[in-house]
Design a protein around this ligand. Structure first.
Ligand code: NIG
Ligand code: FE
Length: 430
């Protein structure tokens, strides 16, 4: 007994412990869950010490606290690598208009869409943004998300964009969900512009490059000193930023030290994914209309393809990210919610998995890998997140089922019974 190593926590008797060990899963390797039957985990100081069979771990370790998973699936916490978490209000009326036949881009052209959320977000205080986003984070946590990316982009002027970054920092400090921030000043043309032609987009692009990006860098260095820089993202689309504007913004961001992301090919394949690969972006997201050359380029790169199946589902569209082609090309495929008030107000990675299995032809195992280790790659966090391996953060879920395939198979109810963040029990709330 005395020769056992000490742990803070031992979690044992998982029917299937999905380790997801071995790093991001490229191409045909996607779906390698690294299952240990009757698995166990030893945790100390919020970090995973050892992973093995229940017998092995119980022989090697003793702990003050032991948790019996009672024959349930245990897996890494979900990483949601694309959310517009911070926003004020809602767009329920717009949803009704869309159901009656108006398209997302038509509503946006008519001054609705993103701009309607911009107006509500500009009017909200930091406190109010934090309060509204916290409700969403609570739902995300209950559904198994332990880390999420969070974007700005409903300010479109410096003051509100910084207010959104401030809200992200406050919520990250509050926990338990960890947030990876992204500056999305290039989400839409600000409402101050009377017209929405190329001239106006050029002018706003210049403002982002010459004023906003340097100001965000200064602000971040002061307010979050020592923290990694936020990602910089651009909505590259007809009716938003064209390829050359996207190139200008992302190139400038890269030069001054920001890591990159892009919204590409949601409605039109403009070359945004190729641009992301060329600039070494962490991820290219949406990818519904991605041209074949850009899919081939993804396969040769470390840029993660983030599919957002809640978005076509939310817009009642028929086309989804061509996951099979991305996998065949050798790409690193991840999944995210795209949580936002316009196209996809969904907090649940379990729902994303269910949609990806049906409309992107992923197996449950592939969708789980895309929501854990590959999702961690999309926010450049594979060193400490996304799998159950010694040395990684103890971000762990226990499901209420004994076969992992219930993820994907079932939808609309919550299969997560218990959530640990950094080794602490955070759901259900004790
Ligand atoms: O990723 N496509 C652009 N941005 C969001 C939607 C934002 C909104 O409609 O408020 C997206 O789908
Ligand atoms: Fe988005």
């Amino acid at each position: 007994m005395t020769d056992k190593s000490r742990a803070d926590l031992i979690l044992h008797s998982a029917s299937q412990l999905l380790t997801l060990a071995g790093g991001p899963q490229r191409g045909g390797s996607l779906g390698n869950l690294g299952i240990i039957e009757d698995g166990a985990i030893a945790v100390a100081d919020g970090v995973i010490l050892a992973v093995g069979s229940t017998d092995e771990i119980q022989r090697q370790f003793s702990a003050q606290r032991t948790i019996d998973a009672i024959g349930s699936v245990v897996l890494p916490g979900f990483v949601d690598p694309h959310t517009h978490l911070i926003f004020a209000g809602d767009r329920a009326a717009e949803f009704e208009m869309r159901i009656a036949g108006a398209s997302y881009m038509e509503i946006m052209d008519a001054g609705g869409g993103i701009i309607s959320t911009v107006k509500q977000t500009r009017a909200a205080s930091v406190d109010s943004l934090v309060t509204q986003a916290r409700l969403r984070l609570n739902r995300m946590l209950a559904y198994g998300t332990t880390t999420a990316e969070a974007k700005t982009g409903y300010g479109l002027e410096l003051e509100t964009e910084l207010k959104m970054l401030q809200a992200i920092l406050l919520l990250n400090d509050e926990g338990p969900i960890e947030l990876a921030p992204t500056f999305l000043g290039a989400h839409a043309l600000p409402p101050e512009y009377a017209d929405s032609g190329e001239k106006e987009y050029e002018a706003y692009t210049a403002e982002i490059v010459e004023q906003m990006l340097p100001a965000v860098k200064r602000w971040w260095t002061k307010e979050a000193s020592g923290e990694p820089f936020p990602f910089v993202d651009v909505f590259c689309e007809i009716g938003a930023f064209n390829l050359s504007q996207s190139r200008r913004i992302l190139t400038c961001a890269k030069e001054i030290g920001f890591p990159l992301k892009i919204h590409a090919d949601e409605f039109d394949g403009l070359g945004g994914t190729g641009l992301a690969v060329e600039l070494g972006a962490a991820s290219a997201d949406h990818l519904v209309q991605t041209p074949p050359d850009d899919i081939a380029a993804l396969g040769q790169s470390d840029t993660v393809a983030v599919a957002l199946p809640c978005t076509p589902f939310g817009l009642a569209e028929r086309e989804y990210t061509p996951a099979k082609s991305i996998i065949e090309a050798g790409g690193i495929l991840a999944l995210a919610t795209d949580l936002n008030p316009g196209t996809a107000w969904c907090e649940s990675m379990q729902m994303v998995i269910a949609l990806a299995c049906r409309y992107m032809d992923l197996t449950p195992a592939q969708a789980i890998a895309a929501s854990t280790i590959n999702a961690a790659a999309a926010i450049q966090r594979t060193e400490d997140l996304g799998s159950i391996e010694s040395g990684k953060q103890a971000d762990i879920l226990i499901l209420s089922v004994s076969d992992y395939r219930h993820l994907g198979y079932r939808f609309g109810t919550n299969l997560v019974s218990t959530v640990f963040k950094n080794g602490e029990l955070v759901f259900p709330d004790s």
